[in-house]
Design a protein around this ligand. Structure first.
Ligand code: CP
Length: 372
């Protein structure tokens, strides 16, 4: 069964086809009004959401289907300690497709293993948010008319920001993409994104700490929120929360056709006066989220009908099951009953957890053994 856990689950051709279909939906809404008659989506939201949950709801209703689910896990049997896997297995009896948001990394993959209906990851901890990435790609395409030959600035929380990790991954597929990574030292893009995506795909990039002086070459500025909920230490959040505030004044150095994106919600990082600037595309981006999710629901239901299969992240023959994930945010280390699955990476001796993708360096263990 094909689900969407990570943007990596889709080929570039499949992404381009989803964008094409979303544009067709925008242009021929009436032709899609009954294509999901009789179908149900279950929206399982264990974490707050406005755009993602309501755009999935709106998407399914506009396709003719209906919606069940919860937006507050405390009103479900999760409050009694039910696991993600058991919840998803149960819900698969009542719906044709699931969209789930959960605070733990790897929860979407865990849920998808338990169901025989497609599951869409609507955000799993700090890991991935692939439908936001599809929304971003549709928006870039509609705003700029292309997905290649772009200089993209990403600003804010690049460490915990799952949207910028997934967007970087997605943009690495397109030609001549340059990146300007704007963050405080403490919230820099993680080294695995720099090494495994940016350097691997030879994407020119620079890391800087200020917005000022770094806007003039950008075609896209992707602002992100410093996310309170990702910090273990509240004092650290207070210290960093206002690192960047995009103002009308700062935008004077930007190109007249630069496009400003933000996955939203914003807190303080874009002053509201910027909203009137035609370059501010973030509310148009929200609307695009509904159209791309309509295209995605249709595609996953079609694949379910064809019984299309896809192997996620690992080839069972190469996996090992004797390691335990040390990531305190990973579902496999939090909920019982998970088979721990690690797969080799392209770096010799480095393996990664299939749920959260945290790497473990087995060379160090071997070195220690040799020394002892
Ligand atoms: N962009 C996004 O995921 O917004 P919500 O948290 O409101 O769903």
């Amino acid at each position: 069964m094909r689900s969407l856990i990570d943007i990596k689950d889709l080929t570039t051709e499949e992404i381009d086809n989803l964008i094409k279909r979303a544009i067709d939906i925008i242009n021929h809404k009436e032709q899609y009004a009954h294509v999901c008659d009789g179908k149900k989506i279950a929206t399982l939201f264990y974490e707050p959401s406005t755009r993602t949950r309501l755009s999935f709801t709106s998407a399914m209703l506009e396709l003719g289907g209906t919606v069940i689910g919860f937006s507050d896990a405390s009103s479900s049997s999760v409050a009694k300690g039910e696991s993600v896997a058991d919840t998803c297995k149960t819900v698969s009896n009542f719906a044709d497709i699931i969209a789930m948001r959960h605070p733990k990394d790897g929860s979407a993959l865990s849920g998808s293993f338990a169901t025989d209906i497609p599951l869409i990851n609507a955000g799993d901890g700090v890991h991935c948010h692939p439908t936001q990435t599809l929304t971003d790609l549709l928006t870039i395409y509609r705003e700029k008319g292309r997905l290649d030959n772009l200089t993209i600035g990403m600003c804010g929380d690049l460490k915990y920001g799952r949207t910028v990790h997934s967007l970087t991954m997605a943009m690495s597929r397109y030609k001549n993409i340059k990146l300007v990574l704007i963050s405080p030292e403490e919230l820099r893009m993680p080294s695995h994104v720099i090494h495994d995506i940016i350097k691997k795909h030879k994407m020119p990039y620079k890391e800087v700490t200020t917005l000022e002086g770094n806007l003039k070459d950008l075609d896209i500025l992707y602002m992100t929120r410093i996310q309170r909920e990702r910090f273990f230490d509240p004092k650290e959040y207070e210290r960093l929360k206002d690192s960047y505030i995009l103002t009308v004044d700062k935008l004077k150095e930007a190109k007249s056709d630069m496009c400003i994106l933000h996955p939203l919600p914003r807190v303080n990082e874009i002053e509201t006066a910027v909203d009137k600037d035609p370059r501010a595309a973030y509310f148009r981006q929200t609307l695009n989220g509904k159209y791309i999710r309509m295209a995605l629901i249709l595609q996953l239901l079609e694949w379910a009908k064809q019984k299309a299969k896809r192997d996620y992240y690992y080839d069972g023959t190469k996996a090992r099951y004797d390691l335990v994930c040390k990531n305190p945010r990973c579902i496999s280390s939090i909920e019982q009953g998970h088979k721990h699955i690690f797969v080799p990476t392209s770096k010799k001796g480095i393996w990664k957890c299939v749920y959260c993708e945290m790497e473990v360096d087995l060379r160090k263990k071997n070195q220690n053994k040799k020394r002892a």
